[in-house]
Write a protein that binds this ligand. Structure first.
Ligand code: FES
Length: 123
């Protein structure tokens, strides 16, 4: 694991998102109504739409392009749709948001077993 401080929780609007650049693409960091945070690769499993621009509701985000609903915990599409995007470990400590980039760099193969990724990227 390689935890990095991203931003204060207050920097992410409630029911909104913030984008973090990683070596392998953008990561969308979401804030739910109850201040829990979630991190997904910022690519919808349908056609790559920017999930960071979607609507957050409960533990889900609706993609702005074709309205697929993605589970924020797992990155998996819900309902009749199928597919998933990479979910990253994330936590809040003393108002600071921390993100584990080890699954995003591509150079931390030894850490793979420790990263609770529930699904693989589509395609
Ligand atoms: S790209 Fe997200 S629903 Fe189509």
């Amino acid at each position: 694991m390689s935890w990095l401080a991203i931003c204060p929780l207050e920097d992410i609007p409630p029911l909104g998102a913030r984008v973090v650049a990683s070596p392998n693409g953008d990561i969308a960091v979401f804030r739910a109504a109850d201040d829990r945070v979630f991190a997904l690769r910022d690519q919808c499993p349908h056609k790559g739409g920017p999930l960071s621009q979607g609507i957050v509701h409960g533990e889900r985000v609706t993609c702005p392009l074709h309205n697929w609903v993605i589970d924020l915990q797992s990155g998996e599409a819900t309902g009749a749709d199928s597919g998933c995007t990479h979910a990253f470990p994330i936590r809040v400590t003393d108002g600071q948001v921390w993100l584990d980039f080890s699954g995003a760099t591509g150079d931390a193969a030894d850490d793979t077993a420790e990263v609770p990724v529930a699904c693989r990227e589509a395609g």
